[in-house]
Design a protein around this ligand. Structure first.
Ligand code: ADP
Length: 425
């Protein structure tokens, strides 16, 4: 502001001087023209000096000047200096970021819009065998694993993909893509060899143990049946012991069967056919009525005739478990509604009971293996804690999801949502 006032004062002074000289000499207009010319020339010289200074980057100390031009030089110089400082700070930060990502144990690759490599860290170069010279190359030309290429093209990066390292197939990688910015993606790969090995060991162990338990169990059950046949009822203690033993061996048999089924679901290849779900549900409901001795308790509502692509035996297990639970965990005289219907984007099987319900905190846990809600009533109800784990696995293999709504004292509703793309009739 001060500089402006000074500039105005100088202009006024010059004008007044011109007016006086013009008045005295009687040549006001020529003197004024001369003055204007002088002012214009001065400004042109200043602009040219400024242009010269700014064209060299405006970083060096600005030329000595006065008035408003000094202000302009000062402001531009300050902006440039701040800019330089910020740039320096930013490049230091980028350097630090690069160094930290270089040191990451997980592989990280930045992909451009055309799947080309923009940048890769050291771990990525090691596990994917990438070179510095691969920058700009399209990643599907370098990592040719079909499932990875499908994943990359799909654009659906919710789940990760498991693949062997292209450099060493003994290394298992979990590869995940994270989109960010405008069309950019970050590819992250984690070495999960140990994890997968342990998972395989756990599956093998469970499969072997359950398999090995089958034979002794069958033998035990056989002998038990013979002993029960021989029991003449003279000793009530013996009779009740046999009954208890039979109950426990049956429970163990269920456990072994459920564990074997879970192992099969985890390890076997999917086989799909077009399954007539309405007829399957009708059969399951009929069986439920006879098993639970609960005829007329189940109400079947078939709102759609949709058949879906899937594995009939697996779906039967899942539906049987859901209906079995609804019957088990609700009063003997209450109604269980089984409904097959279509809604936006999904066909749904809903099993609704009027039982005692599940507490909110337990709902997310009931699909865990061996998880059983501890209530006085449940203690009396037989179960393995594996039923809903089986349901979850079966649904996963059918791209379906399970939703559970429940209210204590009112009842529960278990719904299996199958994507409409699976409808096959
Ligand atoms: P379980 O063999 O014990 O029935 P599940 O995996 O089928 O094993 O179920 C896990 C637990 O979830 C059960 O122990 C029970 O506490 C609870 N649960 C499952 N279904 C219902 C239901 N319809 N109503 C109330 N509780 C249920």
């Amino acid at each position: 502001m001060g500089a402006w006032r000074k500039e105005m004062n100088t202009a006024l002074l010059l004008f007044l001087t011109t007016a006086v000289i013009g008045g005295v000499t009687g040549l006001f207009l020529p003197v004024l023209t001369l003055l204007m010319l002088g002012v214009i020339i001065r400004q042109v010289v200043q602009i040219s000096r400024f242009e010269k200074w700014i064209s060299t980057g405006g970083q060096s100390k600005y030329p000595k000047t006065s008035g408003i031009w000094e202000e302009i030089y000062y402001h531009v110089y300050r902006i440039k200096k701040n800019d330089k400082r910020r740039k320096k700070k930013l490049s230091k930060m980028i350097d630090q970021f690069r160094q930290s990502t270089e040191a990451l144990p997980d592989a990280a690759v930045v992909l451009g819009v055309h799947d080309e490599i923009d940048w890769a860290n050291k771990a990525a170069r090691l596990v994917f065998g990438l070179q510095h010279t691969d920058k700009g190359q399209r990643i599907p030309n370098l990592i040719r694993f079909p499932e990875f290429i499908r994943y990359l093209k799909s654009g659906n990066y919710k789940e990760a993909v498991i693949m062997p390292s292209p450099v060493d197939n003994r290394i298992t990688l979990e590869v995940r893509i994270i989109p960010y910015g405008a069309g950019l993606r970050l590819l992250l790969a984690q070495d999960v060899t140990q994890l997968k090995k342990m998972e395989r060991m756990r599956k093998d162990f469970v499969a072997n143990v359950s398999h090995e338990l089958r034979t002794p169990l069958t033998v035990l059950r056989g002998y038990l049946e013979t002993l029960q046949d021989m029991d003449d009822g003279h000793s009530p203690l013996l009779t009740s012991s046999f009954q208890q033993m039979q109950g426990q061996t049956e429970r163990m048999q269920h456990l072994v069967d459920d564990l074997l089924l879970l192992t099969r679901l985890e390890t076997q290849q999917k086989k799909s056919q077009c399954v007539d779900v309405p007829s399957l549900i009708s059969q399951v409901c009929k069986e439920g009525d006879t098993i639970e001795n609960a005829s007329r308790r189940t109400q079947l509502i078939l709102d759609t005739n949709a058949h879906i692509v899937g594995e009939e035996q697996e779906l039967r297990s899942a539906f049987t478990n859901l209906l079995g639970n609804a019957l088990k965990y609700s009063p003997k005289d209450s109604l269980v509604k089984v409904r097959w219907y279509q809604e936006k984007g999904a066909v749904v099987l809903a099993v609704e009971d009027q039982g005692e319900g599940i507490a909110k905190a337990d709902i997310p846990r009931v699909t865990e293996r061996f998880y059983r809600v501890e209530t006085k009533r449940h203690k009396k109800v037989n179960g393995t804690g594996l039923g809903l784990a089986i349901v979850k696995h079966v649904l996963m293999r059918h791209d379906a999801r399970l939703t559970i709504t429940s209210e204590l004292g009112k009842g529960s509703c278990f719904s299996c949502h199958f994507p409409v793309e699976r409808i096959c009739n």
